[in-house]
Ligand binder design. Structure first.
Ligand SMILES: Nc1ncnc2c1ncn2[C@@H]1O[C@H](COP(=O)(O)OP(=O)(O)OP(=O)(O)O)[C@@H](O)[C@H]1O
Ligand SMILES: [Zn+2]
Ligand SMILES: [Zn+2]
Length: 802
């Protein structure tokens, strides 16, 4: 087995295959599939993943692997298979799929260096840059504006050589530990001999004489209230010794999570968990949809299912949407399973993520709770996979590889013969349809804990508020309801949908809206530094004093940001204490937690926020939920707009009255008659499902049809149109008559970063050759996409239609 088949770190279609390399004699037996290796590739050295070992190759002159980067494989056999499957399903490169499965720090870092090949001075001003060093980074040469011509000459003459380095970014955190270097008895003699005034040294030695294990220096010093100065002489004299030892960067200190015990399940919970227990016990794969209203105790079902898996000696993956991975959520898992849990969260530093990942790789934990990419946790004995809030679109990666975590979960569930649980109060239409057809098993929790009823919802028509002369963003009903709660010392959650409600700047005279000069979108006003920013590119501008179109001075910012809501709220109800939670107030690490704690400790009456407060929160004292503008999502150019609105309204409403106090919800809207607003206000998922299914059937959308979205972009609009048309024509020739292609039309966001964007949407029922056809078409444009600025992107399961 001295031939390795390697996927190399060059994401391009010509290199999207296996390359054969010879395993050098000294590495035979060391190199295994799933390891990262360094291989020569053209003039460079690059990283690659070993997929297979073999005895033979079709080629006879093979290059040798230069080095191996791992001691144990970073990808298991299962993950190697999975990566292949993902790249085929999503039409992405193998290398992108494998890299998506690993922590960022395991991506290779490339460095180019210049190496002196002669003893004497270098000519042509090169020596000035080298400054008598043997090796310098190539960037330094560029930074100091060295002459490329003279460098080329020096290389030709053999004076300098270019070398490429491949490095891993991984770092390990080391801490100093102190240990005895002499027997305890000897140390006691030394203590007796120490002069009387060396009290600190005596204390240190007395302490060390009594412990059996090395002690962390930091801990030792703080325990004895002393400094390194007292310790150092003892090390110098050889009585104690120090060494560096690897420690995990642990962002979640176990002692902060009080332990919880399993609750006695309600009848409904018990009925739902039984079939799960059965699959765990018999090692059988099945996909369950756990459809449970908000506050019905889905999390407890997850926790007890996981306990059964742990008892079975197996492992569990729990996915939570990024935005719902709140301290409260982590608390629930750490509280039940303590240090047996790894948490993968985007707010962790790259190093912390790597450490959590290694706990999984080394089988030091049996449970991982994390956002989308945690689905790739390198467990080898999976007993269950749980996806909470399965309807969330953040489970779809919007970048290569465009995979959906649900598909990956089912792949892994089949491989490990274990159950997959999809949980939600508002399942995605596609998921519920599969449960209806019996592809998934439906489990239902129809009641809240303690039979508490769902909070009463009141719809307020904002148009009539306006007619009644109320121009504020708070209706009279909502204002009154807030004041009532304040008087009773109860708490309030106010929700503002961020999307579509950023603050834009408009001229009151002529209606001119200030847009980004590079993108097709209004700039957002940031009050803090009086600047306008683009959310797509990084364009920034000062807030103008005059309208650029008509020079009128009545230019103002419009729309409703959370900041503005907070201001008018304190104006309207000055006694209210408000905690605002949005991207701006939660940027700092730990601020999320601080704000929520403040609310939990009742140091505030109102929690005002965006999407990030819509789910997962469980506060007993919250009795009122207000939704400021229900329809902001409704008018997005997206066939899922009604579904997303229904889901969001249901989730937000679910934050009220979760415990003993009854809850109330006030939803402000400009379209109270819309079916998704109507049915959300009655918590009527089934009617919504039926109605929405009808719409989808009529308009040929999922789950009746599959979609694929092709987006073409280029700085030149004519070019984009030409290419889009050609692609559409080529596709039309290859698809069956059942399929249809919409477009090409300008994308809803027609220009981003100075690039025009057009899209074609394919709707189809059964096109076994679709992937192949698209690949073929992409290949036809390959030269142009490489040389030119043409970009063609394909999404085989689009969720973002912008
Ligand atoms: N069997 C039980 N006995 C007593 N209390 C329970 C039980 N199961 C769950 N609870 C409590 O009920 C509350 C709501 O449960 P949980 O948060 O798990 O609901 P959920 O279905 O996950 O809700 P959501 O979808 O809104 O997040 C929690 O405070 C939880 O501790
Ligand atoms: Zn104007
Ligand atoms: Zn822009």
């Amino acid at each position: 087995m001295n031939i390795a088949k390697v996927v190399v770190d060059v994401p391009a279609s010509q290199t999207n295959r296996l390359f054969d390399y010879k395993v050098p004699a000294e590495l035979v037996g060391t190199i295994r599939p799933g390891m990262r290796v360094i291989v020569p590739f053209g003039p460079r050295k690059i990283m690659g993943f070993v997929l297979l070992l073999s005895d033979r190759s079709e080629f006879d002159r093979l290059k040798e692997i230069i080095d191996v980067m791992d001691v144990i494989p970073v990808l298991t056999d299962e993950l190697l298979k999975l990566g292949k499957w993902i790249s085929e399903k999503t039409l992405s490169f193998y290398i992108s799929a494998y890299q998506a499965m690993l922590p960022q720090v395991l991506k290779a870092k490339y460095k180019k260096e210049l190496q002196r090949q002669v003893d004497g001075d270098l000519p042509f001003g090169l020596e000035e840059i080298f400054a008598h060093r043997d090796v310098i980074p190539y960037e330094e040469f560029i930074e100091r504006q060295g002459s490329i011509k003279s460098l080329q000459k020096a290389i030709q003459e053999g004076l300098v050589e270019v070398t490429y380095l491949v490095k891993s970014r991984e770092t390990k955190k080391l801490e100093t530990y102190i240990d005895k270097h002499k027997e305890a008895i000897e140390i006691e003699e030394i203590i007796a001999d120490l002069p009387a005034q060396a009290t600190k040294q005596k204390e240190i030695l007395t302490y060390m004489a009594e412990v059996d294990e090395p002690v962390r220096q930091k801990k030792l010093l703080s325990l004895l209230h002393t400094t390194r100065a007292a310790l150092k002489p003892l090390i110098d004299r050889g009585i104690l010794r120090e060494h560096k030892q690897e420690v995990y960067r642990n962002p979640y200190k176990e002692e902060n999570y009080p332990r919880t015990e399993a609750l006695t399940l309600t009848e409904e919970q018990a009925a739902a968990i039984d079939p799960i227990f059965d699959r765990v016990e018999h090692g059988r794969h099945d996909v369950f949809l756990l459809h449970g209203v908000t506050g019905s105790g889905k999390t407890e079902v997850y926790l007890q299912s996981i306990q059964a898996v742990i008892n079975n000696g197996q492992e569990a993956i729990v996915l939570v949407p990024e935005i719902a991975l709140t301290p409260q959520m982590v608390q629930r898992f750490k509280g039940r399973f303590g240090s047996n849990v790894a948490v993968l969260h985007s707010a962790l530093s790259a190093g912390e993520k790597f450490d959590e990942w290694r706990k999984i790789q080394r089988k030091e934990v049996q449970v991982v709770v994390g956002a989308r990419s945690a689905i790739f946790a390198p467990f080898e004995n999976l007993g269950i996979i749980i996806i909470d809030e399965e309807h969330e679109t953040s489970y779809k990666q919007e970048d290569h590889p465009r995979y959906h975590a649900r598909d990956v979960a089912i792949f892994r569930g089949e491989h490990h013969a274990c159950p997959v649980i999809l949980g939600s109060a508002t399942p995605m239409l596609e998921t519920y349809a599969r449960a209806e057809k019996g592809v998934y098993q439906l489990l239902t929790l129809s009641k809240r804990m303690n039979e508490a009823s769902m909070p009463e919802v009141e719809l307020v028509d904002m148009r009539s508020e306006l007619h009644a002369g109320n121009r504020s963003m708070f209706s009279r009903q909502l204002k009154e309801a807030i004041e009532e709660r304040l008087a009773r010392n109860e708490q309030i959650v106010l929700f503002l949908n961020r999307r579509g409600y950023s603050t834009f700047v408009m001229c009151r005279d002529c209606g001119h809206v200030i847009e980004c000069p590079h993108c097709d979108i209004a700039l957002t006003y940031h009050r803090k530094n009086e600047r306008l920013k683009c959310h797509y590119c990084s364009h920034e501008d000062k807030m103008p004093n005059q309208c650029p179109a008509c020079e009128s001075e009545t230019i103002r910012y419009f729309g409703t940001g959370t900041q503005k809501v907070e201001e008018s709220l304190t104006e309207l109800i000055p006694q209210a204490r408000v905690v605002r939670m949005d991207v701006d107030t939660t940027r700092k690490k730990g601020s999320h937690e601080t704000l929520l704690n403040k609310f939990a400790d009742k140091q505030a009456d109102i929690l005002l926020g965006t999407q990030m407060i819509a789910k997962g929160l469980d506060f007993a004292n919250v009795t009122l939920v207000g939704v400021l503008a229900a329809d902001s999502l409704l008018h997005l150019p997206d066939f899922r707009a009604a579904e997303k609105t229904f889901q969001l309204l249901t989730q937000v409403s679910g934050r009220a009255g979760r415990h003993t106090l009854p809850g109330e919800v006030v939803i402000q809207t400009y379209t109270p008659e819309h079916y998704s607003v109507q049915m959300a206000s009655k918590y009527d998922y089934t009617s919504f499902y039926r109605k929405e299914m009808e719409m989808r059937r009529t308009f040929h959308y999922p789950p009746y049809f599959f979609l694929a979205l092709i987006t073409v972009s280029h700085p030149n609009q004519a070019k984009v149109i030409e290419v889009s048309k050609k692609i559409t024509m080529l596709l039309n020739n290859q698809l069956s008559r059942q399929a249809s292609i919409l477009g090409p039309t300008p994308s809803p966001l027609t220009r981003i970063k100075d690039r025009y964007r057009y899209q074609s949407m394919i709707k189809y029922k059964n096109e076994p050759n679709l992937s192949k056809s698209i690949k073929k078409i992409m290949a036809m444009f390959e030269d142009e996409t490489k040389q030119n600025e043409l970009l063609i992107s394909v999404d085989m399961q689009p969720y973002q239609l912008m």
